[in-house]
Design a protein around this ligand. Structure first.
Ligand code: IPE
Ligand code: IPE
Ligand code: MG
Length: 237
């Protein structure tokens, strides 16, 4: 049976959830936050050490300003309202992605929750916010190029490990399982480097409908798979 250290979820389908009910799209985002709460608690119960959630992509800036504004204010409200329960549940929260384009009130709420939950150990809840994998990879390349230009690094010293250390996920193991909801089957610029050997699970459920049992099913499915990493099944690590 496969062990599981890291689950990543592309939370998709909030808009469709609302549209199906003739509600404004933000209602779907509001219900999506309830799902974040349910699924993080389920991840704790399932003893998953790391849960990464894709909350806002670098391409989501293309959406109407009003939707973006509501998304960020829902997100800030979640951080403030959940603060105590995150601490009580021993959940450490951290965000990755660009910080410089986030509204100030989101950056501030994030920094304080990151600080207050910094020593929590049961679950590491990572939130990808204004995150795009291509940008992350280009930034890592830029950091390496800069070190080479300054004479601090030789070209021959550029390795996969060294490259990995310059990614936002430095120190975090690659996701074992990537779940995407709402029936879409694509990465949408999420964790392109880290997904090299991730297992994928696609759920037709819209994110606001995703329950603890859906996470359990995805994990059970993952556990039954054979991971080979290019080797033969019996030799796989
Ligand atoms: C996911 O739901 C949330 C974000 C991308 C912020 P969507 O808003 O993409 O929902 P659909 O895909 O329009 O249904
Ligand atoms: C991916 O969902 C981003 C997040 C879940 C935050 P999108 O709804 O933005 O992706 P596309 O546009 O359908 O590929
Ligand atoms: Mg979508």
């Amino acid at each position: 049976m496969n062990t599981i250290n890291h689950v990543a979820i592309i939370m998709d389908g909030n808009g469709r959830w609302a549209q199906q009910r003739s509600m404004p799209r933000w209602k779907g985002h509001e219900m999506g936050i309830q799902a974040v709460r349910r699924v993080s608690e389920a991840a704790c119960r399932q003893e998953i050490p790391i849960l990464t959630l894709f909350a806002f992509s670098s391409e989501n800036w293309k959406r109407p300003a009003e939707e973006i504004r509501i998304l960020f204010s829902l997100f800030q409200r979640y951080l403030v309202a959940e603060r105590q329960s995150l601490i009580d549940n021993d959940i450490r929260v951290s965000a990755f992605g660009r910080r410089d384009r986030l509204p100030l009130f989101v950056g501030e709420a994030l920094s304080s929750v990151e600080e207050e939950t910094g020593s929590c150990k049961r679950l590491h809840l990572r939130i990808a916010l204004d995150y795009g994998a291509r940008y992350e990879i280009v930034e890592a390349a830029r950091a390496l190029a800069n070190e080479v230009a300054q004479g601090k690094l030789d070209l021959e010293q550029i390795t996969e490990e060294g490259f990995m250390r310059r990614l936002a996920s430095d120190g975090v193991p690659d996701p074992d399982l990537i779940i995407r909801t709402a029936g879409e089957q694509r990465l949408s610029n999420f964790l392109l480097w880290q997904a090299a050997y991730s297992e994928f699970y696609f759920s037709s459920k819209l994110w606001p409908d995703f329950e603890a049992v859906d996470l359990e099913e995805a994990i059970a499915d993952y556990r039954s798979r054979t991971r080979k990493y290019g080797a033969l099944a019996c030799a796989a690590g």
